[in-house]
Design a protein around this ligand. Structure first.
Ligand SMILES: *[C@@H]1O[C@H](CO)[C@@H](O)[C@H](O)[C@H]1NC(C)=O
Ligand SMILES: *[C@@H]1O[C@H](CO)[C@@H](O)[C@H](O)[C@H]1NC(C)=O
Ligand SMILES: *[C@@H]1O[C@H](CO)[C@@H](O)[C@H](O)[C@H]1NC(C)=O
Ligand SMILES: *[C@@H]1O[C@H](CO)[C@@H](O)[C@H](O)[C@H]1NC(C)=O
Ligand SMILES: *[C@@H]1O[C@H](CO)[C@@H](O)[C@H](O)[C@H]1NC(C)=O
Ligand SMILES: *[C@@H]1O[C@H](CO)[C@@H](O)[C@H](O)[C@H]1NC(C)=O
Length: 584
């Protein structure tokens, strides 16, 4: 999710990749019987997948003449069943475009008098500029009064509410309404519309609006209004139905370990708007054809996505990447779609990422090509390098960078420089504090809840026996010696089960021990056929402990990718952290 930083739960990543290789002669698709994926490209894809430990990938390409080409590599089960165009997979954040389409349909229903419920009388006009506050008068509240009053549906889905990704603030047992209600406790990083910052919780909020005013659940709304009319009969927002199909892919980590599906049925309602659609490449061809035809189903002439919504959703509302390079332009973000040019060709696109999920939908509206890629292993840069190589071929461009690149399994954009402690055994006794001063319970308000930090160094309190044992088990299996400066906690989040703090540097100022926190899932009994213990880190974020008057008083977690208004203003860690926990 975690779309993806990480596996940034669900990120969009108009990645600028690679460099122009030797100028191979332009090869004409027609010379290969019209096939985009010729033998050479197929083995290139295989090499990229192998180098990056991807288990399986399914591809569909819609050609300008309406014909479709499928290809697939690898497996969908650990028994070795091959993946194909009928394999069901989660779309990750490529689900977000289904939410913007759905909100557009709901708006149209009201305009056409086909509404099944009444809006509150706070709503004068229902359109993309309608304020969330008017739609959710009793629920929508953020720390910033201006944002609370002025944020519109358009701001919500174009990632410019000023709230950074607080993806650790919800657990698997929260409802969409819980996420909306917890928003008031979350710290904003920027002002409304100051900058783009990806936020899944706003898509959870958007789905909540639909469930509140459509007379049906969000999941049913998407199925009835989009999937069914588009004949996407293998697609669903209900994980149990995907499992029952017998064609649902299993999921893997980048070290080739099988992991459970990240979104079990009881959590699917929560994540539905941000990343909840399951589909096949074959079904997604219908969706891509619809989009290449501006929202009208060419088979029936039915408008599925109202035109105003389609145009807005695929336009640049916010700026997601302010700098281009020699392959890609700057990138804008609409409503569940990114827009930029790749080597001069305009593209509407979205990526999806979650544990065991990497997906892409790329549309070249002026060239008539569409591409769907569904993989059962996380790694957005891996699928992106393949998608761009495919585009080079169907756009008739000299290959830009058909080198096989190995991409890091964990996105490290926010990882602080990790330093090796001078004396690995018990190094902190040389500084003012012992590691024991950092252990204990930390409490936050809102969804972040509480966790108890444990040290692997005895004596171990009763509460700490289980987590210490769990970390020792996965470390031993990985052959990693216990790092005595690590701190562990059980922290049941949607995206993780535990958190591991690794020491970065000691106290060099008023506050701070700097740590990096790995948001991680521990599988002490393995998973699938392989019962050996392992760990799957989904994200690494910076942490600092605050020391006041010689006492550790709390810790701050980072959430924003750029310095927040608080950080710019300055102050104590308690004042400037994106997320603050008091030490109890
Ligand atoms: C494009 O940019 C990359 C990275 O900055 C560079 O190595 C490469 O030479 C550039 N290619 C061209 C054709 O300018
Ligand atoms: C797919 O399954 C086959 C048969 O079990 C196996 O030989 C192959 O290594 C598997 N490939 C991947 C990428 O896991
Ligand atoms: C929606 O429908 C209800 C009853 O069917 C009606 O009272 C209401 O005014 C309609 N429109 C809006 C904008 O709520
Ligand atoms: C692939 O998986 C193996 C373990 O199965 C691991 O040692 C290796 O580092 C992984 N490679 C990548 C690129 O992730
Ligand atoms: C769709 O509309 C076009 C143009 O109006 C018409 O030529 C075509 O027959 C229609 N197709 C269907 C399936 O109704
Ligand atoms: C966290 O700790 C505080 C202080 O002890 C307590 O009031 C609160 O209920 C706890 N929250 C949770 C989610 O356990």
């Amino acid at each position: 999710m975690p779309l993806v930083r990480s596996i940034l739960p669900f990120l969009v990543l108009p990645a600028a990749l690679g460099q122009f290789a030797s100028q191979l002669p332009l090869d004409d698709l027609r010379q290969d019987g019209g096939k985009v994926v010729n033998e050479e490209l197929s083995s290139y894809v295989q090499n990229v997948l192998d180098a990056n430990n991807f288990t399986g990938l399914s591809l569909g390409i819609v050609l300008p003449n309406g014909e479709v080409e499928y290809a697939a590599w690898g497996n969908r089960t650990e028994e070795g069943d091959p993946i194909d165009q009928e394999t069901v997979m989660n779309l990750g954040s490529c689900s977000k475009a289904f939410l913007s389409a759905s909100l557009g349909i709901l708006i149209q229903d009201f305009a056409d008098g086909k509404n099944k419920s009444a809006l509150p009388n706070t709503v004068a006009e229902f359109n993309w500029d309608t304020k969330i506050r008017d739609l959710l008068p009793d629920e929508w509240l953020t720390e910033d009064q201006w944002t609370t009053e002025k944020a519109s549906l358009k701001d919500l889905l174009s990632h410019q509410t000023g709230l950074p990704a607080h993806d650790k603030s919800y657990s698997a047992y929260d409802s969409p309404q819980d996420v909306v209600l917890q928003m008031r406790h979350l710290r904003a990083a920027y002002e409304l519309r100051e900058r783009y910052e990806y936020n899944n919780q706003m898509y959870i909020t958007g789905a909540y609006v639909i469930s509140k005013y459509s007379g049906s659940s969000y999941r049913d709304f998407v199925e009835e209004r989009i999937l069914l009319p588009l004949r996407m009969t293998s697609s669903t927002l209900y994980p149990n139905r995907a499992f029952e199909s017998g064609r649902f892919s299993q999921s893997w980590t980048r070290s080739r370990r099988r992991i459970p599906f990240f979104m079990p049925e009881h959590t699917a309602d929560l994540i539905a708007g941000a990343g909840g659609v399951m589909s096949t490449v074959e079904d997604m061809v219908q969706w891509v054809k619809l989009l290449l035809n501006s929202g009208v189903d060419a088979q029936t002439n039915n408008t599925i996505i109202p035109r105003t919504t389609f145009d807005l959703a695929t336009s640049a509302i916010s700026v997601s990447t302010a700098e281009g390079d020699n392959l890609t332009s700057i990138a804008g973000y609409g409503l569940g779609w990114g827009r930029y040019t790749y080597r001069g060709h305009e593209i509407f696109q979205h990526n999806g990422g979650a544990p065991g999920v990497a997906t892409i939908v790329d549309l070249y509206p002026h060239d008539g090509y569409g591409l769907i890629m569904l993989a059962n292993t996380a790694g957005p840069r891996v699928t992106r390098q393949i998608a761009d190589a495919l585009a080079d071929r169907f756009l008739g461009l000299p290959p830009a960078g058909q080198k096989v690149r190995v991409e890091s399994p964990v996105d490290d954009r926010t990882e602080p420089q990790r330093q090796t402690p001078a004396a690995p055994a018990l190094p902190l006794d040389t500084s003012a504090f012992a590691i024991a001063d950092l252990t204990g319970t930390y409490a936050s308000i809102g969804g972040y809840g509480n966790f108890t930090l444990c040290s692997p160094v005895p004596p171990t309190s009763p509460d700490c026996l289980a987590p210490v044992q769990a970390f020792r088990t996965v470390d031993a299996a990985a052959g990693t010696p216990t790092d005595h400066t690590d701190l562990y906690a059980v922290w049941p989040r949607f995206w993780a089960s535990h958190i591991r703090f690794s020491w970065v540097s000691g106290s060099d100022s008023e506050y701070d021990y700097s740590y990096s926190a790995e948001i991680t899932n521990l599988y002490v009994e393995g998973y699938g056929a392989d019962r050996t213990p392992f760990e799957d880190v989904s994200e690494v974020i910076p942490v600092r402990f605050a020391v006041e008057k010689g006492k550790v008083v709390g810790l701050g977690l980072s959430a924003a990718l750029k310095p927040s208004w608080r950080a710019k203003k300055g102050g104590s860690l308690r004042e400037i952290a994106d997320v603050w926990f008091d030490k109890l």
